[in-house]
Design a protein around this ligand. Sequence first.
Ligand code: GDP
Ligand code: MG
Ligand code: ZN
Length: 216
Amino acid sequence: MKIKVLKDVLEANNYIARKIREELAKRQAMMINIIGSPGAGKTSFIIKTIEVLDVKAVVIEGDVTSDIDSRKVASFGIPVVQVNTGGGCHLNANMIDLALKKIPVENAVIFVENVGNLICPASYDIGEDFKLAICSVPEGHDKPFKYPAIFEKAGAIVLNKVDLIKHVDFDRDTFYEGVKTLNPKVSVFEVSSINGDGIEEWGQWLKSQFMEKINR
Ligand SMILES: Nc1nc2c(ncn2[C@@H]2O[C@H](COP(=O)(O)OP(=O)(O)O)[C@@H](O)[C@H]2O)c(=O)[nH]1
Ligand SMILES: [Mg+2]
Ligand SMILES: [Zn+2]
């Protein structure tokens, strides 16, 4: 019985996600679902990316509660909508559908900061073009092994806080071994959202994905 209910919930979610995807294609917008632990640097990474990206950008901030992140994003002059899940540990397609009604997204890249959590956000399609897994050097090199689903499904992976690598025992080889086993073709970007290292290269890649979509 329990299994059936969960299946229905996911089917309803996937239906809305498909509608969102169709709508975004019509509006020539691209949406990235950004998934990482609390403190991985999601908000900092989004802001740093938008600084170098010469494409219109908007942000949807997902949090259990509070508008701390959306106020920070807005302070950079970036259009933002806050979504509070009221306790829920992931965003679903319905929440995104409502958020998209509050903000013009024509010709924009939409950055969705999912709730800080490496587990269940991986299971929910929100109508994104791709999921981006972000983890940071101080979290350790074992994350792909411990949370395989998100690394497997990610269309891009970001290793943030590389400026800290000399201070912690992060083993790049182990990290990449995990990533390549789960997702052999994925692009991985090493960045610092504090000093900007790697952001330009990631921004170029993102822009090329966006141009490819809107010129299709
Ligand atoms: N050293 C360093 N600190 C970072 C970097 N990115 C984010 N931080 C810091 O990590 C903390 C959490 O960042 P935040 O963007 O709020 O993470 P979020 O919870 O994933 O949105 C803040 O104190 C940031 O200043 C980075 O690349 N290097
Ligand atoms: Mg944040
Ligand atoms: Zn959840």
